[in-house]
Design a protein around this ligand. Structure first.
Ligand SMILES: NC(=O)c1ccc[n+]([C@@H]2O[C@H](COP(=O)([O-])OP(=O)(O)OC[C@H]3O[C@@H](n4cnc5c(N)ncnc54)[C@H](OP(=O)(O)O)[C@@H]3O)[C@@H](O)[C@H]2O)c1
Length: 255
């Protein structure tokens, strides 16, 4: 096992479940001290327990990414506890109104997705960059977008896809704005991954596995570990010259 993040501090939003938890565990396994954030305390405590059982160090902080005061408090708590913020992964996100064509997407669902998926990433980027640009080593940020933001071809997901396309363009522009500050910003765009979010309304995991055989060239969903591996690469010194990239991990769906 390589240890690319020894003595570094990584912050992961939405780390109480799914991809965010896998990312937090992967950073801890490679030596990072990890701060895990989300709205609900219990799943965050479970992530911390998993990290500590494996011999790592972690801190849970409840925060709603749509509130700038929460995000600033999260960054402050990270630095207070571990002394720096070297890596941040803006992963928190929601998919609502799945299965509905655009005309039937409720306004409140649209506004929630914009608020969490787009404003949440913007506010986090702002607070993270403000801290990282004061540190000698700068920092690395990875936003979680989606391959669904690359095209509008998946029925019933257009509103969500629009928010994820916004994350991709926010990533590219912010990367250029802040590379001179010593902050590298990139995105990972997962395709269908092994969490409940990729289940269609009423679909079981077995149904999804059957659908993947034809929907995805690879023939299956990506595992959360596979998504985490891409995030760790972009956050690591191996990717020192990778700036503003959007790394698609989707089993060939957008190839
Ligand atoms: N699974 C896929 O197939 C797939 C594909 C492409 C992209 N993605 C993206 O990958 C990311 C993770 O998805 P996932 O599948 O792992 O879903 P998930 O298990 O539902 O994880 C989402 C996490 O975000 C947190 N969260 C939601 N709203 C928040 C808020 N306002 N403030 C702070 N935390 C918030 C949730 O915790 P709380 O509810 O406790 O806050 C939860 O832990 C999302 O951005 C998603 O859009 C997923």
């Amino acid at each position: 096992m390589t240890h690319r993040f020894t003595d570094r501090t990584a912050l992961v939003t939405g780390a109480g479940s799914g991809i965010g938890r896998a990312v937090a565990l992967a950073f801890a396994a490679e030596g990072a001290q990890v701060v895990v954030a989300g709205r609900r305390r219990e799943p965050l405590d479970e992530t911390v327990a998993l990290i500590e059982q494996a011999g790592g160090k972690a801190l849970a902080v409840t925060a709603d990414v749509t509130r700038s005061a929460d995000i600033q408090a999260l960054v402050d708590a990270t630095v207070d506890r571990f002394g720096s913020l070297d890596v941040a992964v803006n992963n928190a996100g929601v998919l609502e109104a799945g299965g509905r064509p655009v005309a039937d997407v409720p306004e409140d669902a649209w506004r929630r997705m914009l608020d969490i998926n787009v404003t949440g990433v913007l506010l986090a980027l702002q607070a993270e960059v403000r801290r990282m640009r004061t540190q000698p080593g700068g920092g690395a940020i990875v936003n979680i977008a989606s391959r669904i933001g690359v095209h509008g071809r998946i029925p019933g997901t257009t509103a969500y896809a629009a928010t994820k396309a916004a994350v991709s363009i926010l990533t590219r522009g912010a990367a250029l704005d802040h590379i001179a500050d010593g902050v590298r910003i990139n995105a990972v765009s997962p395709g269908a991954s092994a969490t409940p979010m990729s289940l269609r309304p009423g679909e079981t995991e077995a149904d999804r596995a059957e659908r993947m055989k034809t929907d995805v060239p690879l023939g299956r969903v990506s595992t959360v570990k596979e998504i985490a591996a891409a995030v760790l690469y972009l956050a690591s010194d191996d990717a020192a010259s990778v700036v503003g990239a959007d790394l698609v991990v989707d089993g060939g769906s957008t190839a």
